[in-house]
Design a protein. Structure first.
Length: 116
């Protein structure tokens, strides 16, 4: 069964850091472009970042450039999102998926709340 499990979210103060993890089971992540997505209350799903399967090249939405870093550890079949200098507007449920997303493998996500 194909499954993605996100973890690492929590409550963090503005300016703080978190590292999110996306662990896959049932398939090998390094064959796919993997993205992090987020959904804030009352807002649409938003693509945050992605990392390619072959070159490891990365891309970010403008609002997180210079603050977030996506990486992958193929040996652990895991993709990470390092979030630094977080802002209140980063508050959302964060999900990982292939990019473009496969509808059947959305996980439960991990809640990130940025608040003082």
């Amino acid at each position: 069964q194909l499954q993605l499990v996100e973890s690492g979210g929590g409550l963090v103060q503005p300016g703080g850091s978190l590292r999110l993890s996306c662990a896959a089971s049932g398939f090998t992540l390094d064959y796919y472009v993997i993205g992090w997505f987020r959904q804030a209350p009352g807002k649409e799903h938003e693509g945050v970042s992605c990392v390619s399967s072959s070159t490891g090249s990365t891309d970010y939405v403008d609002s997180v450039k210079g603050r977030f870093t996506i990486s992958r550890d193929n040996a652990k079949n895991t993709v990470y999102l390092q979030m630094d200098d977080v802002r209140t507007e980063d508050t959302a449920v964060y999900y990982c998926n292939t990019n473009p997303p496969l509808p059947t493998i959305w996980g439960q996500g991990t809640q990130v709340t940025v608040s003082s």
